[in-house]
Design a protein around this ligand. Structure first.
Ligand code: ADP
Ligand code: MG
Length: 234
């Protein structure tokens, strides 16, 4: 579904991603691990059109999409759940979710997808009128995922969805991501939590200093202290 070929990205003179190539097959969960500053968010921002690549190709369903603007990419079906959630704190949960559908005009589809979001996150339904800023970190992460789903993605880009959440909430998050995937969603998952990647992903790539340093199965990474220490600093 998604092929990255020799992708390089710079901020001014500083090259942050170098010659990154990998693929995400339709229906799969691919994880991208890496320590702070490795370039993970830059990679997702490049795929969602927030950052323009310096060179290389990105192919989505056979179409070249590198350098397209964010709006066109959302329309094409690539939707990002940003790092740090970025919910609108003073808006209700419901309005935050509907903002995700702002590129769409199909009223029936939007209302069907809103029902679907509340199926994934039943906990949000009775709180749909509450200001998102009043909710816990875990609930805000659910709002952020729900908002992305409201755009009608075919490829979901998730940037550290487990960050800052308690182990119990992380487990809930893992279950939801697994369900989304078994319902057909293709997911590129960025994580620093190796356990989350191991629980969910097939192919797993480790990004270090802007390059793909390692390709493996999530479960293998989790069991290899040398890899954890070398690439994730723990
Ligand atoms: N907008 C930006 N302008 C300049 N440098 C940036 C910008 N965003 C990130 N960087 C730098 O690029 C590198 C990779 O950052 P990032 O992609 O956020 O890494 P990660 O998500 O893996 O922590 C870091 O050194 C960071 O300081
Ligand atoms: Mg990041």
């Amino acid at each position: 579904m998604l092929n990255l070929l020799h992708l390089s990205v710079s901020y001014g003179p500083t090259e942050v991603l170098r010659d990154v190539s990998f693929s995400v097959a339709a229906g799969s969960i691919v994880a991208l691990l890496g320590g702070n500053g490795a370039g993970k968010t830059t990679l997702l921002n490049t795929l969602s059109g927030m950052v323009k690549p310096k060179s290389g190709q990105v192919e989505f369903d056979g179409r070249q999409i590198a350098g397209l603007d964010a709006y066109s990419l959302v329309k094409a079906g690539i939707v990002q759940v940003p790092q740090g959630r970025f919910v609108w704190p003073s808006l209700s949960v419901n309005d935050n979710l509907l903002l995700g559908a702002s590129t769409r005009h199909d009223k029936h589809g939007i209302s069907r997808d809103l029902d679907r979001v509340f199926e994934y996150f039943p906990h949000l339904k009775p709180r749909r009128g509450v200001a998102a800023g009043m909710m816990s970190g875990g609930e805000q992460q659910m709002v952020a995922i729900g908002r992305a789903l409201m755009a009608g993605p075919r490829l979901l880009l998730m940037d550290e969805p487990s960050h800052g959440l308690s182990p119990r909430i992380v487990q809930e998050m893992v279950e939801v991501i697994r369900r989304l995937n078994s319902d057909g969603m293709t997911i590129l998952l960025i994580e620093q939590n190796v356990g989350v990647a191991a629980a969910l992903a097939g192919a797993t790539y480790v990004l270090a200093n802007g390059e793909i340093a390692f390709e493996t199965k999530g479960s293998t990474v989790a069991g290899d202290p040398a890899i954890l220490k070398a690439y994730l600093g723990r």
